[in-house]
Write a protein that binds this ligand. Sequence first.
Ligand SMILES: [Zn+2]
Length: 142
Amino acid sequence: MCYFLTIGAVTDPLRVAALFEEQLDVDVAVAQSTILAAFPTEDVVRLLTRGGCSCDLLELRASTRPSFPAEAVWLKPACRRVLGLAAAELGGLRMYLKSRRQWRPSGRRHAMTLGELLDWRAVVPTDVLVDVLLGIPVGEFN
Ligand SMILES: [Zn+2]
């Protein structure tokens, strides 16, 4: 069992395909209906895979902290960079990283700034729709 990374944005499907195929060397496919249901209906939703799954785009490490999931997931630098580029170019995007444990979307959402996405220390939440926002949330300037 593997991880599957799906992204969504309000844009032209060809633009999404071009961006990710060229920049990240992945296969871009229409997402399954179960995952599609987790995204807003206006989004173009695409599954990004390399060799049949998305594991190659990720760094997986066993977690030693009991309060954490058994495995923590990071985006590999190239993947993080291209997702950041895409978010900037498309005016924000959403992503859903499906884990091996859960096959049905949870319906939960999580917001992340572009800065947080680009931070190499950022763990990617799994089985939750992540909104990557370009703006800085109110309250960060103090
Ligand atoms: Zn895999």
